[in-house]
Design a protein around this ligand. Structure first.
Ligand code: SF4
Ligand code: SF4
Length: 64
């Protein structure tokens, strides 16, 4: 069965790191572009679709 993969809306992400800490599979990492830090999905293929990262994001930048 197909599941929805998490992704980050870089335009909205504040770089707070909650999703990075929430993912048990450690699929997120930080990237910095033009002095703005954001969370970036590193390995979407491994995402289980559990939703933990989405639940932690305070601005709904991490979504499924
Ligand atoms: S949905 Fe779950 S497995 Fe996928 S990135 Fe978020 S916390 Fe990790
Ligand atoms: S929890 Fe949301 S705002 Fe915070 S780093 Fe993750 S995607 Fe960005």
């Amino acid at each position: 069965m197909e599941h929805e993969l998490a992704h980050v809306d870089a335009a909205r992400c504040s770089g707070c790191g909650r999703c990075v800490a929430a993912c048990a599979l450690r699929l997120f990492a930080f990237e910095t572009h033009n002095w703005k830090k954001t969370s970036v999905m590193q390995d979407a293929e491994r995402c289980s679709g559990c939703g933990d990262c989405v639940a932690k994001c305070p601005i709904d930048a991490s979504a499924k």
